[in-house]
Design a protein around this ligand. Structure first.
Ligand SMILES: CC(C)(COP(=O)(O)OP(=O)(O)OC[C@H]1O[C@@H](n2cnc3c(N)ncnc32)[C@H](O)[C@@H]1OP(=O)(O)O)[C@@H](O)C(=O)NCCC(=O)NCCS
Length: 333
């Protein structure tokens, strides 16, 4: 059974923002024991953009959302809801959505943050769409943003090279019949939680000198376990989206996977029997920006003219939790 929305809802504008500070693999090799020769073939990453100290998630989210509003010709005061997907909010509270609302002047909106790591944007997208499909709202902003440079341990070379900072934003509105989100599937499996996590800083293990000394405020992961689960679940949910809607991979204009590792993306595409030229890749320049990978990839694809209104597009994500999901849509702007 498809998860069809009660009325069609789709993306009507996109935006993005990355920090100016570009850090190449060669730059990293000057400060930690690594090399372009190690990083690039194993991950597909050539560079990442990292914020300057003192910048928070809202500093990237606000210009990304402003770009989407400008593209749509919409004033911030028209927004009714702002959902920010992030695991690196400016502060635990107030939510980053509150900072974005204030900075952008969305004086008629309410908003909240949503925490689902690399699946955050897809969860937020369908949550926002459901608010519109219910008939309650008509203009929802969804932002995926993460400042991963704030939670990586530069002494853990297998992890710190993988992540970047960035923000992508979309505007959701009611769209014409046949366009927008056609179907979606989201899952969690909390038994995988210990394999990709930030162990301290929450209520279970509040920040203390001991947690800081033990470097428990950084990303900890079991890379190979995460790798295998990501390939399996992204491929399976993507396949489910195609099968239960009667499509084959070549019906897609674009496949937009979460950008964690080019080998994960290619392995998932191979399982799907999907031609690789249908897959959107931006990991080479931006690395894994967690909640921002999919909205920025959408923005870049649209700007490059890689998809037009009505094209079939499949989004697929996997992240800490474990969380994962896929969204099938007909592009609507
Ligand atoms: C992290 C990842 C790239 C590691 O790749 P891998 O081929 O499994 O590499 P390994 O961890 O087995 O390490 C192999 C060797 O390279 C070394 N190494 C690790 N990172 C290195 C780096 N940045 N530079 C140079 N050498 C490195 C290791 O120390 C190890 O050396 P050893 O055998 O002497 O101990 C890979 O597991 C991965 O991408 N996993 C998914 C992680 C992810 O995407 N997480 C987010 C999901 S949303």
């Amino acid at each position: 059974m498809t998860r069809r929305l009660a009325r069609p809802v789709g993306i009507t504008a996109t935006g993005q923002h990355y920090p100016a500070n570009r850090v190449t693999n060669d730059d990293l090799s000057k400060v930690i024991e690594t090399s372009d020769e190690w990083i690039r073939p194993r991950t597909g990453i050539g560079a990442r953009h990292w914020v300057e100290p003192g910048q928070g998630a809202s500093d990237l989210a606000v210009p990304a959302l402003q770009m989407a509003l400008d593209r749509r010709g919409m004033g911030a005061e028209e927004l009714e809801v702002i959902i920010v997907a992030t695991v690196t909010p400016d502060t635990f509270f107030p939510a980053t959505a509150c900072r974005v609302q204030d900075a952008i002047g969305a004086k008629n909106a309410f908003g909240f943050d949503l925490s689902a790591a690399c699946s955050g944007f897809l969860y937020a997208l369908t949550t926002g769409a459901a608010l519109i499909a219910s008939g309650t709202y008509t203009k929802v902003a969804v932002v995926g943003v993460d400042i991963m440079s704030s939670i990586i341990n530069m002494e853990d070379r297998a992890t710190c090279v993988l992540f970047g900072d960035g923000a992508g934003a979309v505007i959701l509105e009611p769209v014409a019949e046949g366009l927008g989100i056609l179907d979606f599937e989201h899952r969690v499996d909390g038994s995988g939680g210990c394999l990709l996590q930030m162990p301290a800083g929450g209520s279970r293990k509040p920040a203390s000198h001991a947690t800081v000394d033990a470097k428990e405020h950084y990303v900890h992961q079991s890379g190979s376990e995460v790798f295998k689960s990501a390939v399996r679940e992204m491929a399976e949910t993507s396949r489910l989206m195609l099968d239960r809607n009667g499509f084959v991979p070549t019906d897609l204009r674009l496949f937009v996977p979460h950008q964690a590792n080019i080998r994960i993306m290619e392995a998932a595409a191979k399982r799907l029997e999907l031609p690789l030229d249908l897959m959107v890749v931006n990991i080479n320049e931006y690395a894994n920006t967690t909640a921002a990978t999919i909205p920025t990839a959408l923005h870049q694809s649209r700007e490059a003219g890689r998809m037009q209104k009505g094209d079939l597009v499949l989004l697929s994500a996997f992240g800490a939790g474990f969380t994962w999901g896929a969204v099938l849509m007909r592009w609507s702007c």
